[in-house]
Design a protein around this ligand. Sequence first.
Ligand SMILES: Cc1ncc(COP(=O)(O)O)c(C=O)c1O
Length: 464
Amino acid sequence: MTILNMTLSSDIKTPLYRQIADNIAAAIEQGEISTGSKLPTHRALADQLQVTVGTVTRAYAEAERRHLVEARIGAGTYVCDSRQSNSWVYQIEEVAPNECNFGYNIPPRFDRSDMLSQAMANISANPAELNEMMLYQPPEGIEKHRQIASQWLNQQGIAVSPELMYFTSGAQHAAELLLSTFCRAGDTVLVEHVCYPGFLTLAKQHGITVKGVEMDESGVCPRALASACQLYQPRLIYLTPTQQNPTSITMPLSRREAVISVCKQHDLLIAEDDINGLLPLSSPPPLINLAPEQVIHIGGLSKCLAPGLRLGYIQAPKQWQPHLSAALYNHSLMISPLLSAIACELITQGQADQVLDTIRNEIEQRQNIVQSYLGEFAITTQKHSFHVWLKLPDYWRLTDFITAAEQHNVIVKSAEHFTPPGGTIMPAVRLAISSPTSQQTLIFGLEILADLLRQPPMTSPFPL
Ligand SMILES: Cc1ncc(COP(=O)(O)O)c(C=O)c1O
């Protein structure tokens, strides 16, 4: 372990974390610490310098942002080889962060331009295929692309097949096809009691009634689901079993089996939204693997590669294929083959896997930072989840907390956005921790939220 000798000054304007990062830079520059050496743990350096662990975390994040060091999962922080150029670097922010938006459910930002240019150059090298792609295609997309995509998904443990999967323009489009194929205006659809808002607005547009089903820490409760089936005679249930949006809950296998069993008893179709399914390193099998005859499976590349690619997919049991095909045809005839070509190029060149690793690594680091700031509060999340679901202490009213955070330039998403019409709004907010532009911005936002959570507001929600 390297000893870092440094003295910090509280007299100068530079914040302590930057002084530490500057000292690390100087030590590397002067050859006092060499490439590959391990830096002290956050706690050890904090004790040595008489600063908080949060300050050291922030300093190491800053040093990483400058590509001086790298955090290796479970191993510690190491000095980088500065000669190694890395095209997966995160965008460098020069502006001191004074606002933090936890609102967007997007992968962390980083430079994808090299991989995209390369993929497009490879595609351009084949004029015959390019010309082929300029023609109308069958609604389900080019067969070769479906082969490549389904094989990649199979490697990740998702039992889709090239014959049954249809490319869509993102998972949102897949949800649109789901509703137009399987539901009619006036039908009722069940969802988890807090749910992805894009599905709620879509259902509303289709004139479909949405009813929330109670959840516990393992997801939808089978008993509540059975009652809802009897009460509402629903057309289907829409579930996100892995890293649910907004709670981040992943249903364990036993719960998946219990939910499937209730659905089978009530002859209820399951729409499985697996948009986050590729993010965790391992998770229980998706519902499509467990009950392929009962499940319509939706997924896409927005969270694990890039939302701008707009590539998603849907797979339904075989007997529904003609209906799905007609829905896609009526909607847009097909999706652009150029998009599936780019995605397939990224898959075959190994870049899709690399991006996924980069996203996981960044999220894991951000989750560690979240734990150091919000660990003492009522949060639910997962190691590779983009979200943290934060239940507020009793002394905070939901709207007051959101307004107080906004006054400090920190944006969080109210439980209201995720609650189906008529459902009870929980005193909770979702923090999309992948959304802040850098770890530094994330830390800025978390510091504000932790301070707010620790102190009751000036006015109490309770009558005195
Ligand atoms: C649960 C869930 N499903 C679907 C989507 C839509 O994804 P896409 O960008 O692929 O349309 C999102 C986006 O945030 C989501 O959170």
